[in-house]
Structures are given as structure tokens and as C-alpha cells.
Design a protein around this ligand. Structure first.
Ligand code: PMP
Length: 364
């Protein structure tokens, strides 16, 4: 500001040069423990923030070079050529594109239930039917029933691995064998949003099927382990002709230069990925312990959230937690109430633990 003042900018609009007016117009920061949306509070990484800032001065340019750099790095990391990749503003944009391509008026999208519903809901809005195959009693995918239900009228199979809201996985062998068989008949979309949290991500991804030529689409996001939920970066990998179809229906240069610059840095910041996973594991250990000590079951999670059954009506539970400043997601599955809690920072998880103990002891 001193510089601006001496250059003669001082005057009526000084506050605009200082940027001090932004405090009153930007969203207020949450004052509660937000454990609703599987965000990652341990980032973005220092390298991502540095790359983000480095790109800001170029914001007046269309971000061709930032796109190119990110595309070629993803291609290198995934071991495919660039025509196998499509970038989206978060994987949401790619799920929506897939719903447009495969979920038209006479479409039928087959998926497990419960699972993440963004793609199937978009498809339903476009007139498709959602063919739901319930998870089995252990909350695992019932892959044999799914395979059996894949008839020629199914237009897309959607799998989420690890699954949301359960945090459970299909092993590499299971899902690769399913995709190899089923994709010979129908395209299979595998949403690997939480993939990085798996013990053996490289051995569990279905990109292996794509490299063999299968009609499989894999979607990844930077929103989870890379902590980019607000920066909106995702990508998908598929056969070049599928990528062309998705691109036609979907994202057209929707990502910003700074976001792509940050993603380029974060993609290969392996130390940060390790750190994110480690902090997440510490959070899960803490929550498991709280649940065990209060006599609750839970599903051991391969993601950054934990699903567990509660002995209280789920909406009521959610409201009571919220009244104590803790946001969680609640749901009812097959008549049983559940809470899904995301891994926040330790102070947020401590707030969760305190609120949880009070809410369960005050149930009427
Ligand atoms: N897929 C799954 C399974 C998710 O849980 C989410 C977000 N919660 C998304 C995709 C969308 O995330 P984004 O658009 O931020 O990539």
C-alpha cells in the first residue's frame, strides 16, 4: 500500500487498493466442526500453494500452458497418452458428463446402493432409470448379482471404490476381474475419489483395464488426499474415443490456471500425500477408540470418513450434533440409522467426541 500511496493512488478508494473491503464480502469462516463432506483439512500442500500463487499473475491469460503441463504430468503418472485423459472442475463435472453421455432418456445406470449418488441422480434427471443393487450384509458390493444384472439394456455400470458412504473397498483382483468381464458388454465407470487412501492404490486401480483396451472410465479427484475441494480439479481416464464423447458433452476448459498449476505441484508431492494419509489414519484411530469405548460398532474405513450405526433416529441425531457445533452426515440404510463422520483436524474430532458422548447419553 505504501507504494500505491506514493504513486498517487491515495484517496477515496484506498480501501479497495488495500483489499480491506473483502472481509465484509467474502464468506465467513465456519465456526463449527465441519465433518460432513469428506474434505481434507491437512492441506493444500505448501508446494500446491506456492504453485497457485506463482500462477496468479498469469490469470489474465487463457491457461493453455498450465493445462498442457498438468495433462502431460497426469499422462506420465498414469502411464497413458494424453488422449486418454479429460480434466474437469472436480470429478463432479466428469460424473455429470458421463450421465449426459450414458444416462439419456432410455438409459439404465446400474450401481450399488448405498453409494455416491451424484452420477445416478444426474442420469435420473435426464430420464434414465437407476438400477440399484443393494450392498450385501457386510456392506460389500454384491458383484456377482451386479454382473448377473448387466443385460444389454444397461447403459452404464457405476462403481465407487473405495465406496462412499461405507469406506469399504473391492480388492484390486475383484474389481479388475469384474471390469474386464462386464466392460465387454457395457461401459463401466469407476469412481476412485478416495483411491489414494487405500493401502495399495497402484494395485487397486482399474486403469490397468483401460491399458488393456477395456471400456472402463476411471475418475479421480484432487478434492480428497490433495485437499483441493475448493480448487475444483479432477480428471478421468478412458479410451480416446470415450474421452472424445465425454468432452463433447462435458467440460470445456473449465479449470483455472492457478488450480491446474497447484494440481501439477500436488500430483507429485508424494511426501504431502504420505502426510495426508498419516494424519487421516491418526484421526481414524482416535474416532475408532471413541466408538469402541462407547460400545459402538463401525466399518473399518479405507477413506477419510467412518460410517457407524447409531441407536437414534438419524435426522434427530444430526440435529443434536449440529446444536453442539458438529456437522456430520446421517442416513438410514435398510431400517438402521447411521452416522458418517469425516476426519477433521484433531480439535474437530475432539469436539465430535464430546458432542457425541453428550448426545448419546441424553437420548430420550
Ligand atoms: N465421487 C465421490 C465418491 C465423492 O465422495 C465425491 C465428493 N464427496 C465426488 C466424487 C465429487 O468430488 P469432486 O467434485 O470434489 O471431485
Amino acid at each position: 500500500t505504501a507504494g500505491l500511496m506514493t504513486m498517487g493512488y491515495a484517496g477515496a478508494s484506498t480501501k479497495f487498493e488495500e483489499g480491506s473491503h473483502i472481509e465484509s464480502i467474502l464468506p465467513k469462516k465456519d465456526r463449527y466442526a465441519r465433518l460432513t463432506s469428506n474434505e481434507n483439512p491437512f492441506g493444500p500442500s505448501a508446494s500446491a500453494k506456492k504453485a497457485l500463487k506463482a500462477a496468479i499473475d498469469d490469470s489474465f491469460l487463457y491457461p493453455r500452458e498450465y493445462r498442457q503441463t498438468l495433462m502431460s504430468l497426469i499422462a506420465k503418472e498414469e502411464g497413458v497418452t494424453e488422449d486418454h485423459i479429460l480434466l474437469g472442475a472436480g470429478s463432479s463435472e466428469l460424473l455429470h458428463a458421463a450421465a449426459r453421455v450414458y444416462g439419456g432418456a432410455n438409459g439404465k445406470v446400474l450401481s450399488a446402493d448405498p453409494t455416491y449418488t451424484s452420477l445416478v441422480r444426474s442420469a435420473e434427471m435426464m430420464g434414465s432409470e437407476w438400477v440399484k443393487i443393494p450392498l450385501d450384509k457386510q456392506f460389500d458390493h454384491d458383484l456377482s448379482t451386479m454382473e448377473y444384472k448387466v443385460k444389454p439394456d444397461i447403459s452404464l455400470v457405476y462403481l465407487v471404490n473405495p465406496n462412499n458412504p461405507t469406506g469399504k473397498i473391492m480388492t484390486g483382483d475383484e474389481i479388475i476381474s469384474f471390469c474386464d468381464t462386464v466392460s465387454a458388454k457395457v461401459p463401466v465407470f469407476v469412481d476412485e475419489a478416495y483411491w489414494d487412501y487405500m493401502e495399495n492404490p497402484k494395485g487397486s486401480t482399474t486403469t490397468a483395464c483401460i491399458k488393456k483396451g477395456a471400456n472402463v472410465i476411471v475418475a479421480r479427484t484432487f478434492s480428497k488426499v490433495h485437499a483441493f475441494a475448493g480448487l475444483r480439479v479432477g480428471y478421468c481416464i478412458a479410451q480416446p474415443e470415450v474421452i472424445k464423447k465425454l468432452a463433447k458433452e462435458g467440460p470445456r476448459n473449465t479449470l483455472s490456471g492457478p488450480s491446474m498449476s497447484a494440481a501439477t505441484a500436488s500430483l507429485v508431492d508424494y511426501e504431502f500425500i504420505k502426510y495426508s494419509v498419516k494424519m487421516n489414519n491418526e484421526g481414524k484411530k482416535f474416532v475408532y477408540d471413541v466408538l469402541e469405548k462407547t460400545g459402538h460398532d463401525y466399518l473399518p474405513s479405507h477413506t477419510n470418513f467412518i460410517l457407524f450405526p447409531i441407536a437414534m433416529e438419524s435426522e434427530d441425531f444430526k440435529k443434536k450434533m449440529l446444536a453442539k457445533g458438529v456437522g456430520i452426515k446421517s442416513m438410514n440404510v435398510a431400517g438402521q440409522d447411521y452416522c458418517r463422520v469425516s476426519m477433521g483436524k484433531m480439535e474437530d474430532l475432539e469436539m465430535f467426541a464430546d458432542a457425541f458422548k453428550q448426545v448419546i447419553s441424553t437420548k430420550i
